[in-house]
Design a binder for this molecule. Structure first.
Ligand code: CA
Ligand code: CA
Length: 197
C-alpha cells in the first residue's frame, strides 16, 4: 500500500468560513487531509477520458474540462452546468479497480454543493451493477435514494470518496446547485484506480 499520488491545486482562500448556514454540515478538519492509502501504482485513470453530462451545453466552459487536468480555482477553470439536478458521467474505457474518487466542484470561494451523489456502474446509462459510494441527499430530493453522508465545504483539497476497490467502467457524480446559486460546477474529477485484471 502507498499514499495516493494526489497533486493539489493552489488554495484560493485561507481557512474555512464558519458562517455558512447549511444543515448537516461536516466540521472542517482544520489540518490537511490524511494520506489515503491504496495499492502502490494506482494512478488517476480519468485524465482526458470522455465525459457525458445531463447538460450537454454548459453555460460556461466545456464538459471536457472535467478531466483535462486543470484543477485551478480561477475563472476559466471550471465548467458551469444548468440549474437543478445535473450529473456528469466519466467513461474509463474499460473496467477498473477503483480505490478513490477525488473531485472539485468549485474552490474559488467556500461553497457547499447540495445532494452530492457519487456512483459507479458497469454501463453508461447506470442500469447495471450500480453502486453508490457517497450520498449526502439525506431527504432524497434527487429521487435516487436517501443518503447518510454529510454536507461539506469545497476547498482546494477537493472531496475524496473511498471507492473500496470497486470494479467499474463508469463513474457518475450528481449535484443539485449550491448555497450561492442553483447552478452546478466542476473543476476536475479524478479517479484513482488500475485496470481490472
Ligand atoms: Ca479541469
Ligand atoms: Ca436533498
Amino acid at each position: 500500500m502507498a499514499p495516493l499520488p494526489i497533486e493539489l491545486p493552489k488554495p484560493m482562500f485561507e481557512g474555512t468560513p464558519q458562517n455558512l448556514t447549511v444543515p448537516n454540515l461536516q466540521k472542517p478538519l482544520g489540518r490537511p487531509r490524511d494520506p489515503f492509502l491504496a495499492p502502490a501504482g494506482v494512478t488517476n485513470v480519468a485524465r482526458d477520458e470522455p465525459v457525458a453530462s445531463s447538460d450537454e451545453e454548459p453555460i460556461i466552459g466545456e464538459i471536457e474540462q472535467v478531466t483535462d487536468g486543470d484543477k485551478k480555482g480561477a475563472e476559466g477553470s471550471f465548467v458551469e452546468l444548468g440549474p437543478g439536478v445535473q450529473h456528469v458521467t466519466l467513461d474509463l474505457g474499460a473496467p477498473h479497480e477503483i480505490y478513490a474518487i477525488l473531485f472539485w466542484h468549485f474552490h474559488k470561494t467556500a461553497r457547499v454543493y447540495f445532494d452530492v451523489v457519487v456512483q459507479v456502474a458497469d454501463d453508461a446509462d447506470f442500469t447495471k451493477n450500480v453502486r453508490t459510494l457517497f450520498n449526502n441527499d439525506h431527504d432524497n430530493t434527487s429521487g435516487l435514494v436517501a443518503g447518510q453522508d454529510m454536507n461539506y465545504v469545497e476547498t482546494s483539497e477537493g472531496k475524496l470518496v473511498d471507492a473500496r476497490g470497486s470494479r467499474a467502467r463508469f463513474v457518475r457524480l450528481y449535484s443539485n446547485g449550491n448555497n450561492a446559486n442553483d447552478l452546478n460546477h466542476y473543476v476536475e474529477v479524478e479517479v484513482f484506480g488500475r485496470p481490472a485484471s
